[in-house]
Structures are given as C-alpha cells and as structure tokens.
Design a protein around this ligand. Structure first.
Ligand code: F6R
Length: 617
C-alpha cells in the first residue's frame, strides 16, 4: 500500500525522507521517490523496486540547509510500477505525492489535455499537480490555488504538495486516507496544546512509524482538513474552510505497535483492512457493465477449453471457490489441483488448458514447480499473485496482481479475500469473452462486485458478538465447518484458519457429505460451524444442519436468516447475492479464529511450526 512522508526543516532532509520511507516498507510497494525544494531548486529521484534502488540513485545527493521535502512509496493501482508512474509527480514548478484515489481524475485530465497540458504518467495523481498549477494562474496565491484544487477533487486522498511559488512551505490535504503532522521542538516539552507560532521543524507521514524517534507530539488530520506548514506555523482549515488549531497528542514510541495501527495483532489489522484492499483490487478493473484487465492480452484465452487451477493452502481454497464461479459464469471446464500432489503424479497436460497458479507470495516451492511443469509442457500460464516481481510473476505468461499489500500475519486473510475478488472478476471477464453469460447478467454481477468493500467492513457490534461467543468454543473434541458450493471452500478456509492459530482440531466439510461418515462424531462436544447462505441452497444446507442438531452436535450457525435449531447464531446482514454473503461469512470465520486464539493465549501472528512463505518442499 502506498505511503507518504514529508519534512520541512534544516536537518538532513534526504536521510529523513528515506528513513521515513523505510519505516513504511512493511506496507508493501513497488516503486518510490522523493522531491526536495532547497534554495528555490527542486531535486527529484525515483526508482522502481526496493528502496535500495532509490538510495543508490540519491547516493551523491545531499541537502545542506533548510529544505521542504516529500516522499512516497507506491503500490501500483493506476498504471504499471514504472519510474514515470512513481510519485512525486511534477507539474511545471511543483511536486505532489498522493495516497488514495481521485475518482474524477479522467474528466479533470481530459479538460487539462484540452488546455494543452502534457501528462507523463498513467496515474490519477498527476492531475492534482497540473490542476493546482492551472489554478495558480487565476488565484491570488498558492494557498487559494491549493484549496480550489482540493475542492475540485472527488475520492479519497492524503496529499502533500511543494511548489516554487511558495518555497518554504508544504501544503497538505486529507480526506479518507490517513495522514498526520508531527513536531519536534527542543524548547517545549510534553504539552498537549502546542504554541502554534513557534519555530520548529515539521514531519508528515501517512502513519505513525516514520515519525517515531523524531517527534514527541503529533496532530492526526481529520477528513476535510487542508492547509500548509512553514517553519513557523501549522495552518489547518476544516472542510468548510474554517481555520482550526492543531490538537497534539503524545506519540507512542513503540514501532511495532505503531505498525499495527492500534490493533492487537497484524492478523486483526489485516481483517479490518479488507474493505480498503478489496477496493484497490477492484480499482480500474470494474467498468460500468463489464470487467477490464488491462494487464491481460485477450488472446491468452484463444483455443482454451479448460482451466486448471493449482495452489496450496489458503490459495487453494480461493482456487476452489473459483472453480465454481468459472463453471457457473464462464461455462468453462475447470479442474483443481493441490500443487504438492500435482507435481509428482505424472499429470496429463493438454495444450487447450490454461494453467493458473494462485499464490500470495509467488514463491511457494510446490506451486512454483507446477508452473515450471506447465510451461515445459507448452501450456499457456497465468498467475494470480500478491507480490509483483516474485518468481511466479516473472515466470508466468500473464499475471493479475491481487493488490492486498504486505500480509504480515502468517494466517492469510486479506490475501484470500483479494484472490476471491480477482476470481469473481475473472469469471465475468471470461464470460464476456466467450459470450457465455448475457450482458445484462454480467452487468448485474459487476454491480454486485462493487458492493464487496461495504460487506467486509467489520462492525464493532459484530466483533463484540464474536468476542463474547468465542469463550464457548475453547474445548471440545473438534470443529466441523460445513457449507455447500462456494461455501464449502469457505468452510475449508475457516477450518484452516482455526487450526493454524488455535491449534484446535478443525475440518472443513461439504454439508451434504456429513451423513456419509463424519456425523458419527456428533455429540455436544463436537462444534459445527454452519454456513447457511440465504441465496444458495438454503433449504438443503439447513436440512444438513438439522441432521447434526438432532444428534446433539453444538451448532453455531452463520446466516442472514434466523435459525432456531442453532445453539449459537451469528447474523450477517441481508445481502443481494450469495457471493456477498460469502464475503460477510468470511469475516465471521476469520474473527472467530482470531478471538479463540487470543483467548487461548496463542501468538496469533506467528503460530507455532508455520512460516509465511513456504519455499521448501
Ligand atoms: C494459510 C496460509 C497458507 C498459504 C500457503 C500458500 O493461512 O497462509 O496455507 O496459503 O502456504 O502460500 P502462497 O499463497 O504464498 O503460495
């Protein structure tokens, strides 16, 4: 995910910016850049890939005195990870960095191009700096031009801008994306209300960590805030243009807890992040009535009669979900393979098969090996992956990035959510290509896709309910997560999450299969987590749960519809479609595992015996 830093002062601006960006590395990025205005001149450096590349480019550059600098790590959304697309973006005499999305960028861009402005990048961000410079020509001063520009933007943003027309100043604006300003004043200690006129350096960042060690006090901007800082002032206006004082609070000096943004564990933070990262996954890909994957060449699907999906663990569960969607919407035969099995079983591979590997890391040894096998056999290959430039991304013919950002919790959550989102989109993309679903049905699905971010928002009420409930599920002789259709892979995923971090035995099972054996285990100490979607096979799934209830298994039902045979019930909201129910239930099973594990006193983020990336067989 993108990160922002800024510094205004007399210290070593280059180092402060680069160190700040390093503190944001954990969020994930694929390019980075800085721009520094010193003595009326700009210095600007950008590099693709890791920060060492940027460090290398700046090694002969030094700042000597007072300067205003901004920096950015970019996780590509609009446009590929190239130097031209990396921030800061340049106008004629100003630079800007931006997190978030400018929803009306296309219309602003069109108008600016009509007026003769040349764009260098494919990003939405670049419109900000050109629009600012256009406004500078008609407004009285840079502040007025900046506030006019902000009022013309729709979307979510955290913005820093430096301009030669006001050289000792950094302009800022925040709406929907986090940003804070920190101060370090040697002569004023620990007060919560700072003297706003005192002379001191100013630090900006999109989260706490870059400021730790530099600042004792910070002001978190609120949505709608904009303004500027100089060495003497921090001037903030609210969304109605009224001036307001900064409210400083002491900055915690604990980096790890700052990285967790106040959550107890990375896994918890990542569960909460899912709404935002899914918005990133959808960005630029969900059109009005169809799906666009600019990164795919449509000829990839020529002559393809089968899709083979191959992965491990959680990624395998996402693949299994895809197998239902591909057959249902794209009407293409789809088979599923566990990578560690596939690689040793002399599989038959025919050239009319598109071989798709799915991996969060792009480095999992078993999955990587199957990709090599498919390539060797001459199959076309596609990877669905979260890490750009990973081994699988470099090897496959085509790639779709899931854009989940760095996932730190060993138990995968947001990676799974974004994989399923990509697959839902891909099933509709192929449906359009193959003409296998009426346009109107595709359009409906596309509009449902846009609803996912709302359905995966964790509410306090839901989290509290699951927290309370979790205390009843700390013992027993095991869990069965059960579901039908796509809720079967979700059941598998729920069981895997619980196993990984609680060390309790859990299995995922197709609801209809319980009576063929496992039901023999039913007793009050067997916990059944039943996924009961309103919009898919509800009656059939309900009967399966009733069979277990009749044999005294303890049932926790997850559904939008009240279910009186359950011992416990978690109600999701009423959804328009089973896939939206899927995403709501996904949140419930993730939170349930998290809370059970916390109650058992386990290390949620680093469960015993597990590694984040399994690069050995
Ligand atoms: C479970 C989990 C693992 C991974 C598996 C594949 O929470 O994280 O099961 O899904 O090791 O890893 P990737 O997706 O990186 O190939």
């Amino acid at each position: 995910m993108c990160g922002i830093v800024g510094y205004l002062g007399e210290k070593n601006t280059k180092e402060i910016l680069l160190d700040g960006l390093k503190e944001l590395e954990y969020r994930g990025y694929d390019s980075a850049g800085i721009a520094v205005l010193e003595n009326g001149n700009f210095s600007n450096f950008k590099a693709v890939g890791k920060l060492v590349n940027l460090e290398d480019k700046t090694k002969d550059y030094e700042t000597k005195g007072f300067a205003a600098g901004i920096g950015h790590t970019r996780w590509a959304t609009h446009g590929k990870p190239t130097e031209l697309n990396a921030h800061p973006h340049l106008g004629e005499s100003s630079y800007v960095v931006h997190n978030g999305i400018i929803e009306n960028y296309a219309e602003i861009k069109k108008e600016l191009i009509r007026k003769g402005v040349t764009f260098l990048s494919q990003t939405d961000t670049e419109v900000i700096v050109h629009q600012f410079e256009k406004n500078l020509k008609s407004e009285l001063n840079a502040l007025k031009a900046f506030s006019k520009t902000i009022s013309e933007l729709n979307g979510a943003y955290a913005i820093l801008l430096v301009t030669k027309s006001e050289p000792d100043t950094i302009f800022f604006a925040k709406h929907g994306s986090p940003m804070l300003v920190g101060i370090s004043c040697d002569d004023n200690e620990g007060s919560s209300e700072r003297d706003n006129t005192m002379s001191c350096e100013k630090y900006f960042a999109s989260s706490d960590t870059p400021l730790i060690g530099h600042c004792s006090d910070v002001n978190y901007f609120e949505d709608g805030d904009y303004g500027y800082v100089t060495s003497d002032e921090i001037v903030i206006f609210d969304k109605d243009g009224a001036k307001k004082d900064p409210i400083f609070s002491a900055l915690s000096q604990n980096k790890l807890s700052a990285q967790k943004d106040g959550f107890r564990f990375f896994m918890e933070k990542e569960i909460y992040e899912q709404s935002d990262v899914i918005s990133d996954t959808l960005m630029g890909r969900v059109g009005d009535e169809e799906i666009h994957f600019d990164e795919l060449d449509k000829t990839l699907f020529n002559g393809i009669n089968e899709i083979k999906l191959c992965a491990c663990g959680t990624s395998y569960h996402a693949a299994m979900t895809a197998s239902y969607l591909f057959e249902r919407y794209s009407k293409i035969r789809t088979t599923l393979e566990i990578a560690s099995e596939f690689r040793y079983r002399d599989p038959i591979m025919s050239k009319d098969t598109l071989f798709v590997v799915i991996s969060q890391s792009g480095e999992t040894a078993d999955t990587l090996e199957t990709l090599k096998m498919a390539k060797k056999a001459g199959l076309k290959t596609l990877v669905i992956c979260n890490v750009d430039n990973s081994s699988m991304v470099r090897l496959a013919d085509a790639c779709i990035l899931t854009r989940a950002g760095i996932e730190k919790g060993v138990a995968s959550t947001k990676a799974f959510a974004t994989q399923v989102t990509v697959f839902w989109m891909l099933s509709l993309y192929i449906a359009k290509l193959k003409n296998s679903l009426e346009d109107q049905k595709i359009a409906r699905q596309v509009s449902l896709l846009r609803e996912i971010p709302t359905h995966v928002k964790v509410t306090d009420e839901m989290h509290e309910r699951i927290k309370r409930l979790s205390k009843r599920y700390l013992h027993g002789h095991g869990f069965f997560f059960i579901g039908r259709d796509v809720f079967y892979p979700l059941a598998l995923e729920g069981a895997l999450k619980l196993k990984e971090i609680s060390y309790l035995h859990a299995e995922g099972y197709p609801s209809g299969e319980m009576k063929h054996g496992p039901i023999a285990l039913a007793d009050p100490e067997l916990f059944t987590i039943a996924l009961l979607p309103e919009h898919l096979h509800y009656e059939k799934s309900k009967s399966n749960v009733e069979e277990l209830s009749a044999r005294d298994s303890t049932i926790c039902a997850i559904s939008a519809l009240e279910f009186d045979k359950a011992d416990d019930f978690v109600q999701i909201s009423t959804c328009q479609d089973y896939m939206l129910e899927f995403f709501e239930m996904m949140i419930v099973v993730q939170l349930l595992s998290l809370e059970i594990s916390i109650r058992l006193g386990n290390d949620v983020d680093m469960p015993r015996n597990l590694a984040k990336s399994v690069t050995v067989e």
